[in-house]
Ligand binder design. Structure first.
Ligand code: GDP
Length: 466
């Protein structure tokens, strides 16, 4: 990530019409813009001043409030100027263009996505996990997700990570001090209870991971892919779960030609249900999928490959067929499968399950609604959703991976400690090295030791003006 520190400007409010629109500017010294656009030599810090926003010829573009936040007491840590005008797209564009023109002498340019928050991070106003929480708060689609993002933004997640890093650092310092006195090395592990300390750190980390994993689920939802033969009732089930007619239901095979995604909530857990094209092959009589349907079926397999859980639907009335078994054979390994036997209103019996023992089985009728509650329960169980977790950090996949990697290094450290004990070998330097690596992985969550290209990716996903 190359950092260009020239002043930046953007419309900070959402595009479209609104009562108020805000142009935000950040830079080291914004006096020339304040003079030109606000017609003042200075503005009282952090006070709203009502004034006309001036064109080059002295005419007014709009009237509104100007607020100057002199650095470092601002969002970005630099000088920030906010101009609150009327929220129309044209007037906002005019005001933005005028600011860029007035700021030409200080090199003012349009901001890239996330650049304000990036500066806040680079100027130590917030850490990386908090910066990510800004984007997550803006993008939150449920109240629970917004609440968790807000908690992360206030630093709750960063705090537990810092505490973990501190614990690892303290243990590492202890070990490294011992390394300088090799004759004492043998007794070190016993006397300092390094193993006990390591075990405590690992159990704390496990706890953080559990909360973070719940938060990640809250942020991204569980991806459940409905897959099966045509006409088994996939679209009908999606509609029942969603409680509205989002997918087209017909008795003609091959109706759902592309995926339909619907996000619902089960006890607060977001569930992304992905309905896919029914899977079938060409029949002996030449019947079968046409070109469009074949593409749809390929997409079904692409969705299945990305699923957190596969909802394999079958017709309970007909029982399992060779086609169902062929479909099962293509499911990826390691992904949980719920085998859903639909249309029990017709079958009146449960098909033998021992033919397909690799999955959880649910019997239901999408048409009449029986058994749908059981399916909801199974989905919650598979996700490990705990409705009452007191604090969730709106964690991202990146955070979970870092926590997992840190734990692996701590496990290695524990293994070296054990080796030292049994064989009397000097594994302490390896023990210290694993602690250092764990510490680095944990610190990458809050932004220390985070590679520049990763930082670039994180901030580029923000919207402009944030
Ligand atoms: P899809 O091709 O797998 O998406 O299947 P659809 O949802 O389009 O349903 C195919 C046909 O089966 C439709 O005529 C539905 O009305 C019918 N159907 C779906 N679920 C049930 C059920 O639980 N019981 C009965 N009797 N019919 C169902």
């Amino acid at each position: 990530m190359t950092f260009d520190s020239s002043p930046i400007a953007a419309i900070a409010t959402a595009p479209g019409r609104g009562g108020i629109g805000v142009v935000r500017i950040s830079g080291k010294n914004l006096a020339p813009v304040i003079r030109a656009v606000c017609g003042r030599d200075s503005l009282a810090p952090r006070h709203a001043t009502y004034l006309p926003f001036l064109n080059e010829d002295g005419s007014a573009i709009d009237q509104g409030l100007a607020i100057h936040f002199p650095g470092p007491h601002s969002y970005t840590g630099e000088d920030v100027l906010e101009l609150q005008g009327h929220g129309g797209p044209v007037v906002m564009q005019m005001l933005l263009a005028r600011c860029v023109q007035a700021g030409a002498e200080i090199g003012l340019r349009l901001a890239e996505p996330g650049e304000f928050t990036q500066r806040a991070f680079l100027n130590d106003k917030i850490d990386l996990a908090q910066a990510e929480a800004v984007a997550d708060l803006i993008e939150a689609t449920t109240e629970a997700a917004a609440k968790s993002a807000s908690e992360s933004l206030s630093g709750a997640f960063s705090k537990v990570i810092h505490e973990l890093v501190d614990q690892v650092t303290r243990l590492r310092m202890l070990v490294e001090a011992t390394l300088d006195f090799p004759e004492e090395e043998i007794d070190f592990l016993k006397q300092s209870d390094a193993r006990g300390q390591l075990a405590t750190i690992r159990s704390t980390l496990e706890d953080v991971f559990r909360h973070a994993a719940q938060g990640a689920l809250l942020r991204d939802g569980l991806n459940a892919v409905l897959a099966g033969k045509p006409n088994v009732g996939k679209s009908s089930l999606l509609n029942v779960l969603a409680g509205s007619d989002v997918a087209i239901v017909t008795p003609i095979a091959g109706t759902t030609r592309d995926k339909v995604t619907q996000t619902i909530q089960i006890e607060g857990m977001p569930l992304n249900i992905i309905d896919t094209a029914g899977i079938r092959e060409a029949g002996a009589d030449g019947s079968g999928p046409d070109e469009v349907e074949r593409i749809g079926i390929e997409r079904t397999w692409a969705e299945v490959a990305k699923a957190d859980v596969i909802l394999h639907m079958l017709d309970a009335d007909r029982g399992p067929t060779l086609e169902d078994e062929n479909i099962t054979a293509r499911f990826p390994e390691g992904v949980p499968i719920i085998r859903i036997w639909n249309k029990i209103d017709r079958s009146g019996h449960k098909p033998a399950v021992d033919q397909m023992p690799d999955a959880t089985h649910v019997y239901l009728s999408a048409a009449e609604g029986q058994g749908v509650e059981l399916l909801r329960g199974e989905l919650l169980r598979i996700a490990g959703w705990q409705q009452t977790v007191e604090s969730r950090y709106l964690a991202r996949e990146r955070h979970l991976l870092a926590l997992k990697a840190a734990d692996e290094h701590l496990a290695q450290a524990a293994a070296h400690a054990a080796l030292d004990n049994e064989a009397g070998e000097h594994a302490l330097d390896l023990f210290a090295e694993e602690l250092r690596l764990a510490q680095e992985r944990l610190s990458s969550i809050t932004g220390k030791f985070t590679p520049d290209d990763l930082l670039g990716v994180i901030f580029s996903r923000f919207c402009i003006g944030k």
